[in-house]
Ligand binder design. Structure first.
Ligand code: DGL
Length: 360
């Protein structure tokens, strides 16, 4: 009996060695790691507080990019990473000029065959404007990922290190290509077009009314939807042909809002006014006359809404056809401001502007 048992084991071992041994010998070599460039601009992800208890009181834009990268040694397991310090500012201080400078650097890197993906570390305050601007003007299919944090690296349960790891993992993933500029925060992969900061004191700060595109967990991407609006390679706008952006102002709607702000914006040279209206982009009757006068003087009038979700319907609340106004569709006022500025580099025809707002 023992002899039979040994015979069977011997045959089984020979079979496994032949098949699995062959399999082991032909095991696939690990794929080469992606080359990811981290462009640092400042913000809380580069912030520092006086103590670990300071999760909300700290100074943004202190830690340099090489220290950010060195603070996450695990990055080396998922990509070949190098950093550039483009700015070191709190993002509320971003200007149009800085947007153009950053986008030109991103575009140049995207053209480099030695670069597979780009991560931009950024303050969360205006991260949504930068990510929308990049998705409109950078012509590449390569992943571009904008990331920030809600707590400085010096705080207990800081979120920046994992956010940066997740952002590099998304930028290194081949299946992130062709989805437009992405925002990675709190394990979410979000569209740079319609995502933004919805809470100003928590780590789950970012989201979109249309939901996340996917999730990133332990360095692996999980996708559930893809953008349907035009972006990046399909965009008619190109940072290589943009040098400056026109002035666009936002006028915030409220009861008894008066006409002073809109008038001042017109006098200051705004090429477009984004009316952040109450409800469905409503405009008070006394404001209508002011906006009509501004339109007659060449200023574009674009109705958005202060209401965070939904979208503004053309010719509802106001006769946009009659007034030659534009509606911002589902874009909130700050996103509408970015698209208006980019669109105005190409056209001042309100019908063309409306097409652009339906399309991007
Ligand atoms: N000053 C804000 C900024 O740089 C800090 C907020 C943050 O980065 O999370 O956007």
């Amino acid at each position: 009996m023992l002899l039979v048992h040994r015979l069977i084991r011997g045959v089984a071992a020979a079979f496994l060695a032949t098949h699995f041994g062959a399999f082991a010998q032909t095991a696939v070599a690990p794929a080469p790691k992606a080359n990811v460039v981290v462009l640092a601009t400042g913000g809380t992800i580069a912030g520092a507080g006086a103590s670990a208890a300071n999760s909300a009181t700290y100074q943004a834009a202190k830690v340099p990019v090489d220290k950010l990268i060195a603070g996450v040694p695990e990055l080396a397991d998922i990509a070949n990473v190098r950093g550039e310090q483009v700015f070191q500012i709190a993002s509320e201080s971003f200007t149009n000029e800085k947007l153009v400078t950053l986008a030109k650097r991103v575009s140049a890197l995207a053209k480099d065959p030695g670069v597979d993906g780009i991560v931009i570390t950024h303050g969360t305050d205006t991260l949504e404007e930068t990510s929308f601007f990049l998705t409109l003007v950078v012509h590449t299919d390569k992943p571009i990922v904008v990331v920030g944090s809600m707590r400085p690296g010096t705080a207990m349960s800081a979120d920046g290190t994992l956010n940066l790891y997740d952002a590099v993992a998304v930028a290194a993933a081949k299946d992130s290509r062709g989805k437009g500029v992405l925002i990675v925060m709190n394990d979410d992969i979000l569209s740079g077009r319609d995502s933004g900061k919805r809470i100003n004191i928590k780590t789950n700060a970012f989201g979109s009314q249309w939901g996340a595109l996917g999730s990133i967990v332990e360095g692996k991407t999980y996708w559930f939807r893809a953008p349907v609006k035009r972006h990046t390679m399909a965009s008619e706008f190109d940072i290589d042909s943009i040098t400056t952006l026109p002035m666009v102002s936002i006028v915030y709607g409220s009861g008894e809002m008066g006409t002073t702000i809109a008038d001042a914006a017109g006098k200051a040279g705004a090429k477009a006014i984004i009316h952040a209206g109450t409800g469905n982009g409503s405009v008070p009757d006394y404001e209508v006359e002011t906006l009509k006068k501004l339109r007659a003087s060449g200023v574009q009038i674009i109705r958005s809404a202060r209401v965070p979700d939904g979208f503004v319907l053309r010719n509802s609340e106001q006769p946009d056809d009659k007034y030659d106004w534009v509606v911002a569709h589902d874009l909130n006022p700050q996103k509408a401001k970015i698209l208006a500025a980019v669109a105005l580099t190409k056209t001042s025809d309100p019908r063309e502007l409306q097409r652009i707002f339906w399309t991007y």
